[in-house]
Design a protein around this ligand. Structure first.
Ligand code: BDR
Ligand code: CA
Length: 313
């Protein structure tokens, strides 16, 4: 039986690749809907980008919603410096024809969880956690009904990418991340500690381009664009690839290793706001609220990704 998921996202080239990986895997994953959130760029553009990606995949049946336009308490911080002015620079994708759903994304998340059998819907979060936190605040009963939250966010051993202490998705809305981390639902985290190992080297990108389909070409164009910033920053041969690790974890969890431990979000300190404080060594008695992944098999990941992208138009 395939696993039902909602993808909450701010696409984002790496978000787009995650969406494509999920839509290319219908035997294992049923994407119920996609909800845009403010993050890499503003909400309206992220909602356009999400619709461009479903059209690219040929899955125009997937409903796309717009959620929250700004973080719970803070001014929105965006990342055009990484993703380009559209958030999805690289390929030339046509303006989307599929409509944006009228319902607010937060209400869609609540309704879906309240109407499904308990513990049958997984939330895959690829951006700031604003929509999920707002859903938990508006309808707290959803917490017990979530099968699992699998998120890309945070960092501990690799620390920050937007500040020295914080990863972007957590930093943009730390109060929301805090609500989510304490909600009681099972949580699995793909942090920078994993995604920095999943590097899109030239050989791996060339293999995706060589698929010869439009999705492979678009992924190549997207990642070639978004790599620029990180290659300069880190000086590695390939840039980290973040959000698709969430979907890869659903498909092949054995590609990743980590442990169940306490994860807290710093919301008060000016210096380290948005930091994910991970009790990886169990030095406290704080409740173990998340499975924190620490490493991943990059060759296995790219084999899976390339093989699945080949199935798309
Ligand atoms: C995260 O930040 C975003 O820019 C990426 O899409 C990813 O979700 C990595 O820190
Ligand atoms: Ca993202």
């Amino acid at each position: 039986m395939s696993r039902k998921i909602i993808i909450d996202t701010d696409p984002g080239q790496d978000d787009a690749v995650a969406i494509l990986l999920a839509l290319a895997s219908p035997e294992e994953i049923e994407v119920l809907g996609i909800v845009a959130v403010a993050g890499n760029v503003g909400l309206a553009q992220n909602a356009i980008n999400a619709r461009k990606v479903v059209e690219l995949s040929g899955r125009t049946d997937i409903p796309v919603y717009a959620g929250c336009a700004r973080p719970m308490r803070r001014t929105l911080v965006t990342a055009e410096h990484v993703h380009g002015d559209t958030g999805l620079n690289g390929p030339e994708l046509p303006d989307p024809q599929v409509p944006l759903q009228a319902q607010h994304g937060v209400d869609y998340i609540i309704d879906t969880l309240m109407n499904a059998e308990p513990k049958t819907v997984t939330l895959c979060t690829l951006g700031p956690l604003t929509n999920i936190a707002m859903a938990l605040i508006k309808q707290p009963e959803i917490a017990d009904r979530i099968q699992e939250i699998v998120m890309m966010g945070g960092a501990y051993f690799e620390v920050g990418n937007i500040t020295p202490a914080a990863e972007f998705n957590i930093y943009v809305d730390p109060e929301a991340a805090n609500v989510v981390m304490r909600c009681g639902a099972p949580i699995t985290i793909q942090p920078l500690d994993v995604t920095h190992m999943i590097q899109s080297t030239p050989a791996r990108l060339d293999a995706i381009k060589a698929l010869g389909n439009r999705s492979g070409q678009a992924v190549y164009d997207m990642l070639t664009f978004s790599e620029g910033f990180d290659l300069k920053k880190y000086g590695w041969i390939g840039a980290p690839l973040h959000d698709p690790t969430v979907i890869a974890y659903l498909l092949q969890p054995e590609l990743f290793e980590g442990r169940h431990c306490n994860v807290e979000i710093e919301t008060a300190s000016e210096l380290t706001v948005g930091m994910t404080v991970v009790d990886y060594w169990h030095v406290t008695d704080r409740p173990r609220n998340a499975t924190y992944l620490r490493s991943g098999d990059a060759d296995g990941f790219y084999k899976l990704l390339t093989e699945r992208l080949a199935r798309l138009p």
